[in-house]
Design a protein around this ligand. Structure first.
Ligand code: PEP
Length: 248
């Protein structure tokens, strides 16, 4: 039985004051909900997340990681640094990184490798654009993105990945994928993993991301291959984030 997991992606939002209110609102509103929960914060706020969440059931993580271990890579943040601040998760290959920073699937795969080497859980994001969906290329696109990761991850590490299906047309647009569209993509991704890693495929958590809100979370989470959510906008308000967690 796979546990449900809900991760908030704060993107480039927050301030020390706003984060304090958000973190304490989340912690205060959580009870024994039977799912895992985390927030992925901007790197400068990792220490704040660590201070505010240590000893709670909420884990924390980052939104990107360098493929390099250390050295002359100005502006980069290594997996070991994230680990130093107690991070559990790191997003790899969010569509905004792929679109605005030209991250290729091969680079994303190397980021997942770097994260795993430091003991972090990479949350590897996949998704098609609207044009690709309309051209009937969804499966081809997400399969290629996934395969780039499977090609470089050691067999024994496949079960340590978290996958996130995030159709680009649904991110931040208010256009949520229907539960059936999301379920079809999740099942497809799981089947792709299963071709080489049957046991890991059955256990790997696949999150849905794209305009998930308290109102639509329950139906999405009820799908057999949707194991939780990666939440952007709705993760910035404690009441909405908690509403999604409660829908689990
Ligand atoms: C995201 O950024 O990962 C995301 C899912 O955003 P939103 O929930 O705002 O669509």
């Amino acid at each position: 039985m796979r546990r449900k997991l809900v991760i908030g992606n704060w993107k480039m939002n927050g301030s020390r004051a706003a984060n304090t209110a958000l973190l304490s609102g989340i912690v205060a509103g959580l009870n024994d909900f039977g799912a895992d929960c985390a927030v992925c914060v901007p790197a400068p706020y990792l220490a704040q997340a660590q201070a505010g969440l240590t000893g709670t059931v909420v884990a924390w993580g980052a939104q990107d990681v360098s493929v390099h271990a250390s050295g002359a890579y100005t502006g980069e943040v290594s997996a070991a640094m994230l680990q130093d601040f107690g991070a559990t998760y790191v997003l790899c290959g969010h569509s905004e990184r792929r679109a605005y920073h030209q991250e290729s699937s091969e680079l994303v795969a190397q980021k997942a490798v770097a994260a795993l080497a430091a003991g972090l859980t990479p949350v590897v994001c996949f998704g098609e654009t609207l044009a690709q969906r309309e051209a009937g290329q969804t499966e081809e696109v997400i399969c290629a993105q996934l395969q780039a990761v499977l090609d470089v991850i050691a067999d024994e590490d496949v079960s340590k990945l978290v996958l996130a299906y995030e159709p680009v047309w649904a991110i931040g647009t208010g256009k949520t994928a229907t539960p059936q569209i999301a379920q079809d993509a999740h099942l497809f991704l799981r089947t792709c993993v299963a071709k080489k890693h049957a046991v890991a495929a059955a256990g790997v958590q696949i999150l849905y991301g794209g305009s998930m809100k308290p109102e639509n979370a329950k139906e999405l989470m009820a799908q057999p291959d949707i194991d939780g959510g990666l939440i952007g906008g709705a993760a910035l308000k404690a009441v909405d984030f908690l509403g999604i967690i409660q829908a689990v």
